[in-house]
Design a protein around this ligand. Structure first.
Ligand SMILES: Cc1cc2nc3c(=O)[nH]c(=O)nc-3n(C[C@H](O)[C@H](O)[C@H](O)COP(=O)(O)OP(=O)(O)OC[C@H]3O[C@@H](n4cnc5c(N)ncnc54)[C@H](O)[C@@H]3O)c2cc1C
Length: 397
């Protein structure tokens, strides 16, 4: 007989949102996290409007907003033409309680959720414990966890694999991670430099298209994150030297060639989607289920949408409001939406930025010239359209 609780692998944003929604619904959970503490890595930093609406239901939006930057506007530029178009989420304030992005490191969200969950009786989190192997049976799941070199067995009614892109849960379930890796890597340089003092009309999120080397500027509290593509022939060793980093930064504003650099991250970029998101009572969510390039900030947001969709269903099954078979809709809705929106849009965003900007400018001007097209565009980039599509497929968002 399985222990009556939900097991979650991974205490990243997706695992902890899943835990928070279950605990709030009266479903007990145990989260296993291989790290000794929550990750402090500098990674995703954009929260989209519908994600903030969801976090609000968990009581996490207000403290996150208090620590982040509220940014209603974003813009596209080219080095040659300056601003191509600028958009404002205020135009969709009738469909979201948060008509803006919040720029804030994902580690702030995990800390907020963990602090809130710790006082809840149905919540347990075991650090330094990695999920290694999954065995499914008729009534539940059995997992092997490794803690300080000792392997122990735990059982639960369901398992959520939210253990990131290299998911051990996905590997143990034998689920393929279909897709490809881009030949270029992305370099993120964080600097306290205030670009708004030297670039006229700059807003907190600014994408700059360029066929040689695009970049984008993303303001978070106290820092600006600048992202550049790195060509396959540019070695990691070269790219990570201070001289190379400064040479890239010097292309942003003519005449400024020396920047204070807080940190630099170089990483590989993939577009991959798991072949299935559910196998019996085991589920994949977040990066364990899908990864994409970060242009448009849809990776973590999509993962949070997975977590809310899945755990709302599981809570309904737990309380006897819907049959167990209903949980299969999670796979159908979220996988399709991932393919149709997140993967497609993030690939298009990359192609737009690496273009010469001419066709891109025409498209943007066409959108910006018409209120209805602007609205449709904002619904798409804010990810509201993807959630509506999931609802059309039979969901309950
Ligand atoms: C360098 C970098 C920069 C990024 N920048 C952006 C960005 O700008 N915008 C954007 O949208 N996305 C970005 N992403 C992606 C974004 O960070 C992810 O989409 C997001 O973290 C997904 O959350 P998650 O909870 O699914 O996975 P993760 O955040 O990876 O969390 C998984 C957790 O599981 C733990 N874990 C791993 N294996 C096990 C195991 N076997 N057992 C138990 N625990 C385990 C890990 O320690 C981790 O805490 C970036 C990613 C990287 C790597």
């Amino acid at each position: 007989m399985p222990i009556e609780r939900v097991l979650i692998a991974g205490a990243g944003p997706v695992g902890l949102v899943a835990a928070a929604n279950l605990v709030r619904s009266g479903v007990p959970v145990t989260v296993f996290e291989s790290g000794r503490d929550l990750s402090e890595e500098s990674r995703a930093s954009t929260f989209h409007p519908p994600t903030l609406d969801m976090l609000d239901r968990l009581g996490a939006a207000k403290p996150l907003i208090a620590q982040g930057l509220v940014t209603p506007q974003f813009q596209y530029r080219t080095k040659q033409h300056g601003i191509l178009a600028q958009f404002d989420f205020t135009a969709i304030s009738d469909v979201t309680g948060h008509p803006y992005r919040v720029q804030c490191e994902q580690s702030r969200l995990t800390r907020i959720l963990y602090d809130q969950l710790q006082t809840q009786p149905g919540f347990a989190l075991e650090f330094d414990t990695s999920v290694q192997h999954v065995t499914r049976n008729r009534d539940g799941v059995e997992i092997a966890v490794c803690r300080q070199g000792r392997v122990e067995t735990r059982t639960g009614r369901w398992l959520i694999g939210a253990d990131g892109a290299r998911s051990d849960v996905r590997r143990s379930l034998g689920i393929e991670f279909e897709g490809f890796t881009w030949p270029e890597r992305f370099l993120v340089v964080s600097t306290p430099f205030e670009f708004c003092n030297v670039i006229p009309g700059l807003v907190a999120v600014s994408y700059v298209a360029d066929p040689q080397r695009w970049h984008f500027l993303l303001q978070i509290p106290g820092l600006c994150r600048v992202m550049f593509p790195i060509a396959p022939h540019e070695s990691d060793e070269l790219v990570l030297t201070p001289a190379f980093v400064q040479s890239l930064m010097s292309t942003i504003v003519p005449g400024i060639s020396k920047y204070e650099v807080a940190h630099v991250t170089l990483y590989k970029v993939h577009q991959r989607v798991a072949k299935i998101f559910q196998l019996g009572r085991a589920f994949l969510a977040g990066d364990a289920a899908h990864i994409n390039n970060p242009l448009g900030g849809m990776g973590m947001n999509g993962g949070i949408h997975d977590a809310m969709n899945l755990t709302t269903r599981l809570a309904d099954v737990w309380h006897g409001r819907t049959p167990e078979t209903e949980s299969a809709n999670y796979d159908r809705e979220r996988r399709l939406v991932t393919l149709e929106y997140i993967e497609r849009q993030s690939i298009q965003n990359k192609r737009n930025l690496e273009s010469d900007g001419v066709e891109f400018m025409r498209t943007l001007q066409h959108i910006a010239a018409d209120q209805e097209r602007t609205r449709e565009y904002l619904l798409r980039v804010s990810m509201i359209a993807s959630l509506r599509r999931a609802a059309e497929l039979g969901g309950d968002q």
